[in-house]
Design a protein around this ligand. Structure first.
Ligand code: ATP
Ligand code: MG
Length: 332
């Protein structure tokens, strides 16, 4: 049986990278797979946060999923902390994960910054909880952006370590699904850094909640070089900021980069940015409007999450009962 699990952290509002790298693919995949989509709120407390803001972000991310086209009836949609199995399986996995594996994780190094001794254990152990999120549901496929590839490989290693230790094929080894033209959207301010919710500069990203004027301003201010658009993808790839804007255009219009270049080669970026603003506003505008409509009824969002948590919780409980029996924990 194929089952999809994926999630996003409610660390801020979602951005264009989250949409093109993951959320848009989820919408397409829900037709063919049994899908579980999670708002991973326990991951969001691995960095500084304000409780009242986090609570609102959880609802906003939920609204963004639905506004983008995720059907909360067909799929299971819930927030992570509402199902205790995530924390329970996290602990079991923590007891089967060598520190050496975690020491290789590049996201921890980036997020911990220079003062690594002050970084919290939760940030270091983040990929273990992520492995638990996925395997609690015995998911076989995980649609994510390129940046999560290393964590997905670790999830496979942890599942494999569990299976080997207890001598059975209990957990499937989940496959990453890194799909589409924009698997790694870069910051609008720095073509070598990925677009992130946690980037300090709001000008580095286009949020799904940005209005058309803000989208236009951010794209106009986006860093570029003075050269016109090149003829070939090979030349484009030597220019990170230019490549990023062409990639975004390609993804938004459902084309390959070479087809975008065929249309725009030789144009100045000032003109190209105008075309990009039009396409971005046309794609994101309806999603933003629907998100705002949904957020007008927070009680309904909470009801959707509660119902999702009940459905997810039933699967999780079954897995955890089996895990406890396998590990030798007593269920009196
Ligand atoms: P944070 O900075 O808090 O880590 P984030 O922007 O990296 O936020 P996540 O919640 O960590 O977002 O990731 C949610 C999903 O979006 C994941 O599947 C991730 O791979 C994908 N994703 C995140 N950033 C990008 C990006 N710049 N381009 C493509 N996909 C992305
Ligand atoms: Mg991230």
């Amino acid at each position: 049986m194929n089952r999809i699990f994926s999630g996003m952290q409610p660390t801020h509002q979602l951005h264009l990278g989250n949409y093109l790298g993951a959320l848009r693919n989820w919408v397409a995949l829900q037709k063919d797979y049994e899908c579980i989509f999670c708002v991973v709120d326990m991951h969001a407390i691995t960095i500084d946060h304000r409780p009242e803001v986090l609570r609102e972000n959880i609802r906003e991310v939920t609204a963004a999923y639905i506004a983008a086209g995720i059907d909360p009836e067909k799929n299971i949609l819930f927030n992570q902390s509402a199902v205790p199995g995530h924390a329970e399986l996290n602990w079991v996995f923590a007891c089967h994960t060598p520190l050496g594996w975690l020491n290789r994780m590049t996201q921890f190094k980036e997020k911990a910054g220079k003062h690594r001794e002050n970084a919290v254990l939760g940030l270091y152990a983040y990929p273990v909880l992520m492995a638990a999120d996925i395997l609690l549901y015995k998911a076989t496929h995980v649609p994510v952006g390129e940046d999560q590839k290393q964590h997905l490989e670790l999830a496979r290693d942890i599942g494999g370590a569990f299976n080997r230790y207890y001598e059975r094929e209990f957990f499937p080894l989940p496959e990453p699904q890194i799909l589409g033209e924009a698997t790694r959207v870069m910051s609008l301010r720095d073509g070598t850094k990925k677009m992130s919710k946690s980037d300090e500069s709001d000008y580095s990203r286009i949020n799904l909640t940005d209005d058309p004027d803000t989208i236009a301003l951010k794209i106009r201010k986006a860093k570029t070089d003075p050269e016109p658009l090149p003829e070939t993808v090979e030349e484009l790839e030597k220019r990170p900021e230019a490549d990023n804007l062409v990639t975004i255009m390609a993804a938004l219009t459902g084309r390959a980069r070479k087809d975008v270049l065929a249309e725009h080669a030789g144009s100045q970026f000032s003109g190209f940015k105008g075309a990009l603003v039009d396409v971005a506003v046309a794609t994101l505008g309806p999603i933003t409007a629907e998100m705002n409509r949904l957020l007008g009824d927070k009680a309904e969002i909470d009801r959707i999450l509660k119902r999702g948590a009940e459905r997810a919780g039933a699967i999780a409980e079954e897995t955890m009962n089996e895990v406890k029996d396998i590990v030798g924990l007593l269920r009196p």
